[in-house]
Design a protein. Structure first.
Length: 376
């Protein structure tokens, strides 16, 4: 059996090496390292794939979130509601812009932001909601957009983990996540479902005026060279990374389907065990693209299981071991432990298993057998 990787980027690269290498060589041959043809090609291809008017590439996913908030004109002190159970980048950019983060609990069934908790958190100072499509699962965008409309709030989708996933509304319309709110942001970090070979990110919107503002912000506030019309940053996707993404984007749906099929095999082997809660999803739907495959281990030794797997050469991880409200950088007297029962439970139960496009049946069998061996 091949060595198990948490993310097997080498095997993925081997299958597309010719295309990737040709894209990179084109950049080297033309010396167009910043805003070259590969970047423009990727921008247009991603706009077509997402069926959105504007994709603005940038340097990384964290920048994408920050620039989206800058583009919306949020001001210091404005309150921004987001999930307590996610990676720190989501709250980090809120704090960097001197906005006021308002962390709320998540729902147990999908680990995404709780609609009821959003309702309870809205005040006269609230200006935006940032749902995170956690682990690749689409959040409840119908309810979030309804709340936003009722309270005149912006919605900034953190789509760093769910590129290519669909959200199917209650009336049956289907949209790619990241394109439903006022603006969306994603990351192309190498381990993402659509990843480059360095850092990269993008911002999505259908708003022409907002797109214009953001295009200036990513390039030092310039629309014309040396004319700085808005306060900006230096955040551009380099041409080599765009070349890699051009090679991978046509395969994104195939990659996501491979992840769903691996998740279904995990579920078949592990569902029904009294100490395991597997992620719920429909193999025929595309609302979960499994950036991570995350189990909950209940009434059992989750940390002991992790050690058992690592001892057997099976990589695994805890996403996320510390809630944001408990992180030193984001502690605040407004937060009470009683307000985060689900998050506080999840951090003690979750464990992420290897998940990528190259998982083999033999590997999945070994992983699941090892889990059942420990939990027998």
């Amino acid at each position: 059996m091949k060595k198990i990787q948490m993310v097997d980027l080498k095997s993925q690269y081997d299958k597309i090496a010719t295309t990737v290498n040709a894209s990179i060589q084109e950049v080297l041959d033309t010396n167009t390292y910043i805003n070259g043809p590969q970047v423009h090609q990727f921008q247009k291809s991603l706009e077509d794939y997402l069926e959105i008017k504007h994709v603005i590439p940038c340097a990384n996913g964290t920048d994408a979130l920050q620039i989206a908030m800058m583009g919306l004109g949020l001001k210091p002190g404005d309150e921004v509601i987001t999930a307590d159970f996610t990676f720190a980048a989501t709250v980090e950019v809120i704090a960097l812009l001197q906005l006021t983060p308002v962390l709320v609990d998540v729902d147990m069934h999908d680990m995404n932001i709780s609609i009821e908790k959003i309702k309870q958190a809205i005040t006269s100072k609230t200006k935006a909601i940032v749902p995170v499509h956690l682990f690749g699962r689409a959040a409840n965008m119908d309810a979030i957009m309804e709340l936003a409309a009722a309270h005149n709030l912006f919605v900034i989708e953190d789509n760093a983990q769910a590129i290519g996933a669909d959200f199917i509304s209650t009336i049956g319309t289907k949209s790619k996540v990241g394109t439903i709110g006022h603006v969306g942001a994603t990351s192309f970090f190498p381990s993402k479902n659509l990843g480059c070979y360095g850092d990269g990110g993008a911002i999505f919107t259908n708003d022409d005026a907002l797109a214009h503002t953001i295009r200036g912000i990513v390039n030092h506030g310039m629309y014309e060279r040396y004319h700085h019309d808005v306060v900006g940053v230096n955040s551009r996707l380099d041409s080599i990374q765009a070349g890699v993404l051009n090679a991978k984007l046509p395969l994104l749906d195939e990659y996501n389907q491979a992840r769903r099929e691996a998740a279904a095999k995990y579920n078949t082997a592990l569902s029904g065990h009294t100490k395991i809660v597997t992620p719920a999803f429909d193999i025929n739907e595309n609302n979960h693209v499994f950036h991570q495959y995350v189990l909950r281990i209940i009434n059992a030794d989750r940390d002991g299981l992790m050690k058992h797997l690592l001892d057997k050469g099976i990589p695994c991880a805890i996403y996320y071991p510390i809630p944001l409200h408990s992180q030193k950088a984001y502690t605040d007297s407004r937060y009470k432990e009683v307000d985060f029962p689900v998050t506080n439970q999840l951090v003690n139960e979750v464990i992420a298993l290897p998940m990528h496009t190259e998982l083999e049946d033999e590997q999945i069998q070994f992983i699941t057998d090892s889990i059942l061996e420990f939990l027998k």
